[in-house]
Design a protein around this ligand. Structure first.
Ligand code: EPZ
Length: 433
C-alpha cells in the first residue's frame, strides 16, 4: 500500500493563480535537529516543516534517548539526557542520507558514534570518504565492518585543518558541528557555501559557539563547551527548493502566482535562468510573483554548488525546458545518477536525448501526455507533479510517501489551493513507467 497523486493536466493552458506559502527548509531543519546534541539544556525549534524526513530524524534522536516534545504544528523542543546512546538505528538511518550529520555532534560530545552506511535518494553513489578522512584528522579511529562504521575518539576530538576535495554540504555541516566541542581550532577549507550552512552557524553562535566564515569557502571553529538554548529559539529559514519548485510551476502554468514567505536572494540563479527564458518574475522582500509567458526560449543549465544552479531544482527545470521553443542542454555536475527520471518524461512525450550520464539535450516545445509515473527521488517526484500539471490528460504519480512527502509539506493541499486538480489516493499498485 502506498499513496499516489492523481493529477488532471491542463494541456498547456495557463490556469493557476493565487498564493503559495513557502515552508521551513528541510535541509536546514534536519541539521538544526542534529545540532541539539551539542546542547546542555532544552532547545526550542520552530517553523520546522512537517515532512517525513523530519519525522524520521526525530525518531532517530528519540531512539537514542532524546526527549522530544511536539507542542504545535512546526514547534518542537528537544532535550538530550546524560544516558544518550551513541548508536544510530540502522532501520532509520538506512532510509535517510541526512542522518549522517548526527555523527559529528554525537562523536564530539560522547567520544563515540556508530552508524550504517546511510540510504536516501537514488541519485548515484554517495560516498562517505570525506567523513572518514575528517574523523581521522580530528584524532578518531574509524572501523568499517560490513556496512557499518564505528568511530571512536578516546579523550575527545581534536581540532584539525582539512581541505574538502568536493564542496560537500553535509560534510561541511558535520565538521562544523564536530568542531564546536573539539579541543582547539578546526578549519574547513573548500567548504560548501549553501545558505543553510550559514544559518546553522548563526544559530549555534547565538547559543555560544565560535564559528567564523560560514557562507565562505573557509570556516574556522574554535572549540568550547556545551551550548545553551535558553532564550534562543531556532526559526527554520524558508525552503529555497520548495519556493523554486513552485516558481518553475508558475513559470509554466500560472496567470499570476505569488510565492510568499521565501527568500528571493537564495534563488538568484534559477530566477536568472527563468528570466532569460522569457518568464516575467517580480521579486519583493519575501515574495516572488511569477507569470507564465506565451512562449519560452531555450536555456542551457549547469548545476553547481551554491550560489550556482541547485541540483535539487534540476529535474523541475528540465520539465520547464520541454516547453521552450528550441534546444537546451542540462548538465548535472553534482550527482551522477540524477538524470534517470528523464526516461519517464520522454514517455510523456518530451524529446530528451541522453548525451552522457551527466548531460541531456532537451528539444522543445513538446506536448506532454498524462502517464503513470514512479519517481526515483523526491526532487524528480516534484518534477513529475509539474509535468503532470502541464500535460494533457490524467497522470498518476506513485510512491508519494517515499519520495515527495519526504521533502514537501502538504503538497496536495498547497497545489489545490492554486488551482491544480489533484487528488491523493491509496492502495494503487505501483507501476514503473
Ligand atoms: C546535500 O546533500 C543535500 N542534502 C542534497 O539535497 C543536495 O542535493 C546536495 O547537498 C547538493 O546541494 C541535505 O542537505 C540533507 P554533498 P549531500 O555531500 O550533502 C560528494 C535533497 O533532495 N561527496 O554536498 O549529501 C558527493 O558524491 C537532497 O534534499 C564525496 O565525494 O551532498 C557529491 O558529488 C538530495 N564524499 C558531492 O560531494 C563524501 O564523503 C556533493 O554532495 C561526501 C560527498
Amino acid at each position: 500500500m502506498s499513496n499516489a497523486l492523481v493529477i488532471k493536466g491542463f494541456g498547456g493552458e495557463r490556469k493557476l493563480s493565487g498564493t503559495v506559502r513557502t515552508t521551513g527548509a528541510k535541509n536546514a531543519a534536519l541539521k538544526a535537529i542534529a545540532a541539539t546534541v551539542l546542547f546542555r539544556d532544552t532547545v526550542t525549534l520552530t517553523n520546522i516543516p512537517e515532512i517525513n524526513d523530519v519525522e524520521r530524524m526525530f525518531e532517530l534522536l528519540k531512539d537514542m534517548g532524546a526527549e522530544v516534545a511536539h507542542s504545535k504544528r512546526g514547534a518542537y523542543t528537544v532535550t538530550i539526557p546524560k544516558g544518550f546512546a551513541t548508536e544510530l538505528s540502522t532501520g532509520i538511518a538506512k532510509k535517510m542520507r541526512a542522518s549522517v550529520v548526527l555523527t559529528g555532534p554525537v562523536l564530539s560530545r560522547f567520544g563515540k558514534v556508530s552508524f550504517p552506511h546511510p540510504g536516501g535518494c537514488v541519485i548515484g553513489s554517495r560516498p562517505l570518504d570525506l567523513f572518514v578522512d575528517g574523523f581521522e584528522k580530528m584524532g578518531a579511529t574509524v572501523t568499517v565492518k560490513d556496512d557499518s562504521y564505528v568511530v571512536e575518539a578516546k579523550g575527545g576530538l581534536k581540532g584539525a585543518e582539512f581541505f574538502l576535495k568536493n564542496q560537500s554540504v553535509t560534510v561541511t555541516e558535520t565538521f562544523m558541528m564536530a568542531g564546536v566541542l573539539a579541543k582547539g581550532t578546526t578549519v574547513i577549507k573548500n567548504a560548501a557555501m549553501e545558505p543553510e550552512i550559514e544559518e546553522l552557524a548563526k544559530f549555534l553562535n547565538t547559543c555560544g559557539a565560535k564559528i567564523a566564515g560560514a557562507g565562505t569557502p573557509t570556516i574556522t571553529i574554535k572549540g568550547g563547551s556545551l551550548l545553551s538554548g535558553k532564550g534562543h529559539p531556532y526559526k527554520t529559514m524558508p525552503d529555497r527548493i520548495d519556493a523554486g519548485s513552485f516558481l518553475i510551476l508558475g513559470a509554466l502554468a500560472a496567470r499570476e502566482l505569488h510565492i510568499t514567505h521565501c527568500e528571493p536572494l537564495h534563488l538568484e540563479s534559477p530566477i536568472a535562468a527563468l528570466r532569460s527564458a522569457g518568464v516575467a518574475i517580480e521579486t519583493k522582500k519575501n515574495e516572488i510573483i511569477v507569470r507564465a509567458p506565451a512562449h519560452l526560449k531555450p536555456v542551457d543549465i549547469k548545476t553547481h554548488e551554491y550560489p550556482g544552479f541547485p541540483t535539487d531544482l534540476q529535474a523541475p527545470m528540465t520539465v520547464f525546458l520541454t516547453q521552450s521553443d528550441g534546444e537546451s542542454t542540462v548538465f548535472e555536475t553534482i550527482f551522477e545518477g540524477r538524470l534517470n527520471y528523464t526516461e519517464s518524461l520522454a514517455a510523456m512525450g518530451a524529446q530528451i536525448t541522453m548525451m552522457d550520464p551527466h548531460r541531456v539535450l532537451v528539444r522543445g516545445k513538446s506536448e506532454l501526455r498524462g502517464r503513470k509515473l514512479t519517481s526515483p527521488d523526491l526532487r524528480a517526484g516534484l518534477a513529475f507533479v509539474i509535468a503532470a500539471v502541464i500535460a494533457k490528460g490524467e497522470s498518476v504519480i506513485h510512491n508519494v510517501d517515499t519520495t515527495i512527502d519526504r521533502g514537501y509539506e502538504d503538497v496536495d493541499a498547497r497545489l489545490r489551493a492554486i488551482g491544480v486538480e489533484v487528488e491523493r489516493v491509496s492502495a494503487i499498485p505501483e507501476v514503473i513507467a
